[in-house]
Design a binder for this molecule. Sequence first.
Ligand SMILES: C[S@@+](CC[C@H](N)C(=O)[O-])C[C@H]1O[C@@H](n2cnc3c(N)ncnc32)[C@H](O)[C@@H]1O
Length: 351
Amino acid sequence: MEALPDQMQIARLAAGGCFSRALATAARLGIADLMDGGALSHHVLAERTGSDPDVLLRLLQVLALGGVVEHDGNGAFAMTEAFAALRSDHPRSLRNFCILTAETYDDAFGALPHTVRTGESGFRQVFGVPLYEYLEADPEAGRIFDGAMSELARPVVAALVRRHDFSSVNTVVDVGGGDGTTLAGILAAHEHLRGVCVDRPGVCARAGEALRASAGPRIGERVTFHPADIFEEVPAGGDRYLLKNVLHDWPPERCERVLASIGRAMRRTAEAREPGLAPPRLLVLEPLPDQESDAAHVLFRMVMCGKDAGGFGEGDLRGLLQRSGFVPVRVERLAGGHHVFECVPDGAGQG
Ligand SMILES: C[S@@+](CC[C@H](N)C(=O)[O-])C[C@H]1O[C@@H](n2cnc3c(N)ncnc32)[C@H](O)[C@@H]1O
């Protein structure tokens, strides 16, 4: 029976998971890296990836349907230019993001009916623990997650350093800063800066050496990793505190706790300073969904973290900051879509 056009639409959407898993498998096998030197036959690729050649051929054909690879007419396949960012050494690589999204996150979406019915996290339903507990217990999954966050952070930090003046700042503390990519980007643009990256112990343990290897010793040596639970403790001593893509993972009461930790650290910093020196400031960076086209992003956060997380817009974030003792003195939208809220502690003056 031949499918009618309306059936084709349904079939295409329903089969989306097959294509996303095919993409993740290609990313895991490192097919884009292997093809960097040119087209390869499925036999050669099977040998280099330890795969079954017959199944690998079908995988490549499915990837060709999605425009990821193309057949060269002589029995070999090559990456298309449009998918070059699947390479791990590509400056805009999304290899880890592909694996994270099409595997772990997609597994969590298996419990979408549960989230739709109850408003609870599908991730927790599938994995039995919240996202960050799962990542702490599985270092390989943690590495993929840190890599994915780093890939997404690079263009945002490039836009941030173009817009934000760090010239009067000495130390930047990145709260929930992951593997230090954001700090590395800021420090690369400002030789005089030092950075403190605060994150979970497992993330900090693997990040220091990795950052020195990826960003080079001149940057790596200026970043300190500070393992801490940011709901309880954030170190004092920063002139700028950063909180990027952290709040959207949590319901409002947990967001208020992180902001309270930062507020305490900023107060301790201000008290230890010479009178007259400018008090520290907080930069909150969030990709605030403000249109219906962002619905997939919001639904995604609900499945990962429950319905109270991630759906907030600009007004909600302003309210949250105000309740937590922060006054936004400048709000700006960066190229690429993140909002930056530059805040001072309530009562600190806004000069
Ligand atoms: C969505 S990621 C954002 C990472 C980074 N700020 C960025 O924008 O790329 C959230 C980060 O918060 C960290 N995190 C979550 N819970 C934490 C906790 N209780 N204490 C410290 N860090 C935590 C995670 O490990 C992760 O690196």
